[in-house]
Ligand binder design. Structure first.
Ligand code: PEP
Length: 252
């Protein structure tokens, strides 16, 4: 049994005060939501306050990025140890906006995943194709490259500690969601790669979230797919009401 995860990626939104207010409202909801894990990813400046506001509740706090070195001359970067120190349990790695805005490579993703695991964080590793890649029929080729390089050198035990997020880039922030069937097909492909690389039980246990314009009105259809183990949500995670509706997705 894979416990679903509903994770909110707040990107560059919310002050410390807004973060604390949000988590205070979310806490009772998340505590009642025993069917899934609830994760929020505020910006770096609000992580400590988020972790304090979430203490003693079921809400988990993720960062949106990390550096792979423990410390060093990396202006503007944050290490995995610093994220632990701030109270994070999870970290999003390889989000398409970082790949696009900052030129983040699969090799860097790999170093970050290893650093996060070494620090005891749960990496939420993002993969996904761009629109032209899908149109050229290259979706699986792209996913395979991101998976094989981004997760290179992980042991089966390491792999069992990560979460994968399949986020087709053309669906992020566009209102254009992959159909549940399209998402499930990509998830199935990723799970087959997991089986080849890490074995049957690891492939069966790995949680693969879907991300890309998930909203309260489409989450039910996505979550009804056996291959989809949760959602990584941007826009619809910014309001408590819609995030709460996502956490309480329709269950059969
Ligand atoms: C995301 O940022 O990971 C995301 C999926 O955004 P949105 O839900 O807004 O498409």
């Amino acid at each position: 049994m894979r416990k679903p995860v509903i994770a909110g990626n707040w990107k560059m939104y919310k002050t410390i005060e807004e973060t604390v207010g949000f988590i205070q409202k979310l806490r009772p909801m998340a505590d009642n939501a025993i069917h899934c894990e609830v994760v929020v990813a505020p910006p770096f400046t609000a992580l400590r306050a988020a972790a304090e506001a979430a203490r003693g509740s079921a809400v988990k706090v993720a960062a949106q990025n990390c550096h792979w070195d423990k410390e060093g001359a990396h202006t503007g970067d944050i290490s995995t140890g610093m994220l632990r120190d701030a109270g994070c349990t999870h970290v999003i790695i390889g989000h398409s906006e970082r790949r696009h805005d900052c030129g983040e490579t699969d090799e860097q993703v790999n170093k970050k995943v290893k650093a996060a695991l070494a620090a005891g964080l749960t990496p939420i590793v993002c993969v996904g194709e761009m629109l032209d890649e899908r149109e050229k029929g290259e979706t699986e080729k792209v996913l395979e490259r991101q998976f094989m390089t981004g997760l290179a050198g992980l042991t089966a035990v390491d792999f069992s500690r990560i979460i994968i997020a399949y986020e087709p880039v053309w669906a992020i922030g566009t209102g254009r969601t992959a159909t549940p069937e399209m998402a499930a097909e990509a998830h199935g492909f990723l799970r087959r790669l997991a089986r080849q690389q890490f074995g049957e039980s690891e492939a069966g246990g790995i949680r693969i979230l879907y991300g890309g314009s998930v909203k309260p009105d489409n989450v039910g259809g996505l979550m009804a797919q056996e291959e989809i183990d949760g959602a990584l949500v941007g826009g619809a995670s910014l309001k408590v009401d819609s995030f709460t509706a996502l956490v309480n997705y329709p269950r059969g």
